[in-house]
Write a new protein. Structure first.
Length: 294
């Protein structure tokens, strides 16, 4: 079987059996092509020595630890798949050690900064202004991923219960609550903004682009960066920064870690625990500033 046939079958497995995100699929396919290039297309040569040599070469090239961790995970997934398909007599990935990525603490806004970013500009009544305000309020209120926000339909918003239905990673559905500011911003957009942009390409999409189609992630990222740039002293960040900020403020306000994990749609509690470190760091900074014997 040729390299491209192997890659095509592996892609189908990732998409339809593992149900991985398009971004992860693209990254894994790129990694697998690199691995197969290292093997000169000979899958039968895929053993633990070849895997270690490939990863050592990546390390020697100065690849980031996060990249090495992803490629290690990809290699394990690929070797397990090849073994199940009968292309390998054994699974060499089982012998591969873990490459853990360093996870830097995310930049977050404090509550005053978040309030300044979310403050609606005066006389902002154009459809774009109403849409942008609703997006910012919903990102901060719910901590949803930008991909999840762009995929929202009008019927996903339950105004009576103040919750939004989100389809997350692995097509797992969850309901996330939001407060009155987000509800008011959504109502303003849906009543006074969205109807003016609705067209043949709109479908049920909650947030639209200026041409009437479903909004794309790039547009959301640009508007978040633009609004944050208007506030002095605020660290630059995109939608994911607002997700970090929402999680941190929930924990600072007394929410338990399990609840935040469920709201964010994290599969593992370990992913959520990074926000406890952010909160502790902020607490230390406040202590050093305020305590006379800090």
């Amino acid at each position: 079987m040729g390299v491209e046939e192997v890659v095509a079958e592996f892609e189908r497995y990732l998409r339809f059996e593992r149900d991985l995100s398009p971004h992860t699929v693209r990254a894994y396919l790129s990694d697998v092509r690199g691995l197969l290039d290292h093997l000169r297309g000979r899958i039968e040569a895929l053993d633990i020595a070849a895997l270690r040599a490939w990863l050592a070469g990546q390390h020697a090239e100065g690849k980031a630890r996060a990249t090495l961790a992803r490629r290690t995970a990809c290699a394990r997934t690929f070797t397990a798949y090849c073994h199940r398909r009968g292309w390998l007599a054994a699974d060499p990935g089982l012998l591969l050690g873990s490459a853990k990525a360093v996870r830097p603490l995310p930049a977050v806004l404090d509550q005053e900064q978040a309030q300044a970013v979310l403050e609606r500009p005066p006389d902002a009544a154009e459809p774009k202004d109403l849409r942008d305000q609703a997006i910012l309020e919903l990102l901060y209120a719910t901590g949803v991923r930008v991909s999840e926000l762009c995929a929202l339909d009008v019927d996903d918003v339950d105004r009576d219960r103040h919750v939004v239905r989100v389809l997350g990673k692995g097509r797992k559905e969850r309901s996330v609550p939001f407060g009155l500011p987000a509800l008011r911003a959504l109502d303003a957009w849906c009543v006074n903004g969205r109807p003016l942009w609705v067209g043949p390409r709109s479908g049920a999409a909650l947030f639209l682009g200026v041409r009437g189609g479903r909004i794309d992630q790039g547009t959301v990222r640009r508007l978040v960066h633009s609004r944050i740039a208007q506030v002095d002293g605020v660290p630059d960040m995109g939608p994911h920064g607002l997700r970090h900020t929402a999680a941190t403020h929930l924990l600072e306000g007394g929410a338990d870690l399990r609840s935040v994990q469920e709201l964010l749609g994290h599969e593992s509690l370990n992913t959520t625990q990074i926000y406890t470190h952010v909160s502790i760091d902020r607490l230390r900074a406040a202590y050093r500033q305020a305590h006379p014997r800090a």
